[in-house]
Design a protein. Structure first.
Length: 352
């Protein structure tokens, strides 16, 4: 593992819309977690994951990490184009436990292995905390380790020096006790090439019950530099509506690394899909994934799916919007973005 004391400022994290070499995912196999905690059968959850993997495989290579105990189910449900990579794992949230890939103009591709502590010690992670390093080792890529407790779902970048994150995650005592914004911003500057970090409140009172404590990929997502899709709700009287208002207010006041104000495009959440009996349910359409030539969109089988697809089609002209049903996955508090991680193409070409 490479030391972060070395000069790393030329490394940067490309935007998600930059061309990908592959998408990484992890296959769900923890039956007790999904069935006892989230109330879904493992078969239902695996069907949702396979739906996402198979949709992405139409557009780019998919590398699916599979625990040795779950190879048969992955082979049965995933198309042949999905490559299965056997590695022992605890859980299936590759956005958070996998590496954040970075590029360098001379040295090519590498990855950052954050200190993954399962969203503040909320579940077993004895295997997942080393997953990013193991994947990078298998790829033969340099690995930049970081003492910062962070997850990929906690950050969004625009590829032009701007990063958006939330205070309720990275300043949470369950992640980085004693660290302030300056130290965290310095890590982003050194490891990801970030010039400007924008802090949103996130979910400071934890009204959503979200295990992540308020990941930014449930709040907003870049469409392109200076343009954001933001989570919105029609239920203005709910406790979550206040969370939405405060995050939007922070975005309205913010400037990106180039000094631009953000254009904000509302993406109303899938309120009608929420299971009232569920402990948590991810209804955010901003939790989509940008694949090569496509937007892989969370869908729930409701009318709002069509409205969200129309908004995304306007925001991403030239990309095919592909809705994938994730009702079972949503019971675990996550969506399409939470279970995917992009590996940039190298040499990096300009996206069409």
């Amino acid at each position: 593992m490479h030391s972060n004391d070395n000069q790393t400022r030329a490394w940067r994290m490309p935007a998600e819309w930059a061309p990908h070499a592959a998408t990484w995912m992890v296959w769900p196999h923890n039956q007790g977690l999904w069935e006892s905690v989230w109330g879904m059968t493992l078969a239902q959850v695996q069907a949702d994951f396979a739906g996402v993997a198979n949709a992405i495989a139409r557009f780019e290579p998919v590398k699916l990490v599979v625990d040795p105990s779950a190879l048969d189910s992955a082979r049965a449900l995933c198309v042949e184009a999905v490559e299965l990579i056997v590695q022992p794992v605890n859980d299936s949230w590759c956005r958070d436990s996998g590496p954040s890939f970075v590029i360098h103009p001379q040295q090519g591709l590498a990855g950052v292995s954050w200190r993954f502590n399962a969203w503040g010690g909320k579940s077993a992670h004895d295997l997942d905390r080393s997953l990013a390093r193991r994947l990078l080792d298998d790829l033969g890529l340099a690995c930049f380790g970081s003492p910062l407790a962070n997850e990929g779902g906690a950050i969004h970048v625009d590829g032009e020096g701007t990063l958006i994150t939330t205070e309720s995650v990275l300043l949470n005592p369950n992640r980085n006790p004693g660290l302030g914004k300056a130290e965290i911003e310095d890590s982003f500057r050194r490891l990801l090439g970030i010039e400007k970090t924008i802090w949103l409140p996130g979910d400071p009172d934890y009204v959503t019950g979200d295990m992540t404590d308020g990941h930014v990929d449930g709040v907003c997502a870049f469409a392109r530099p200076g343009v954001l899709l933001v989570d919105a709700t029609h239920d203005q009287g709910s406790v979550y509506a206040e969370v939405v208002r405060e995050n939007r207010r922070a975005l309205e006041l913010a400037r990106d690394a180039r000094g631009r104000r953000f254009e904000l495009i509302e993406l109303f959440e899938a309120t009608a899909a929420v299971d009232a009996r569920a402990e948590v349910f991810c209804a955010s359409y901003t939790n989509f994934y940008i694949a090569n030539g496509a937007i892989i969109m969370p869908a729930y089988g409701i009318e709002a799916d069509h409205q969200a697809a129309a908004v995304l089609a306007r925001a991403f002209p030239g990309r095919e919007v592909v809705p994938v049903r994730i009702n079972a996955l949503a019971h675990g508090g996550g969506g399409v973005h939470c279970i995917t991680q992009q590996q940039p193409q190298w040499p990096l070409e300009v996206s069409a």
